[in-house]
Design a protein. Structure first.
Length: 188
């Protein structure tokens, strides 16, 4: 079950260097749903109906949650939106008092073995400083490889880029700060 919890927390790393609050990794997880089944033998679980997962500052919401484990113990997590809705997550980021990462998609998948998060169908991820957008991505499909720190945005929900499939968008906040204003002659 530890792998499941770590895997879910890694979902929030879906956009650039947006490091999740490290303290959350040590907190308990609460899964609240209309129905849920956990298989303690194979470390798999399902939850359905207004699923809300909470772990420290991490809050994930979906219509369905499914977790399977491979023989080595790696977890593969899928969050599915309720019909007409989006699966979402929000988590505080380290580095400041009001830094957050938020994401949404029709489907969110996390592969614990490869540390890759995939968001498909109306996918959006954004880093916030308070309410100000600092970085983000939007498209039919987003994939984030947390080992290589590579974000891929593609124009179809299948994870392929196709001519006429739509557009993707990435927002990047400037890294450098503006130069100080030059003093006005005669004013001091």
């Amino acid at each position: 079950m530890k792998k499941l919890l770590l895997g879910l927390a890694a979902c929030v790393l879906a956009c650039g260097p947006s490091y999740a609050e490290r303290a959350d990794a040590l907190k308990k997880i609460l899964i609240d749903a209309d129905t849920s089944v956990a298989n303690m033998v194979n470390q798999g679980a399902t939850a359905e109906g207004n699923v809300v997962l909470t772990r420290g500052t991490l809050i994930m919401k979906a219509g369905k949650l499914n977790v399977v484990a491979d023989p080595e113990g790696y977890q593969f997590v899928t969050l599915l939106a309720a019909p007409g809705a989006l699966a979402t997550f929000r988590q505080k980021r380290d580095g400041g008092p009001n830094l957050w990462v938020e994401g949404e998609a029709e489907k969110i998948e996390y592969d614990d073995k490869s540390d890759i998060v995939k968001l498909s169908g109306r996918a959006k991820v954004k880093n916030l400083d308070g309410t100000r957008l600092t970085n983000g991505a939007e498209g039919a499909f987003l994939s984030y490889d947390s080992r290589k720190e590579v974000l891929t945005a593609l124009n179809t929900a299948t994870g392929q880029s196709k001519v006429g499939g739509g557009r993707v968008q990435i927002t990047i906040d400037p890294v450098r700060t503006p130069a100080p204003a030059a003093p006005t002659p005669g004013k001091q």
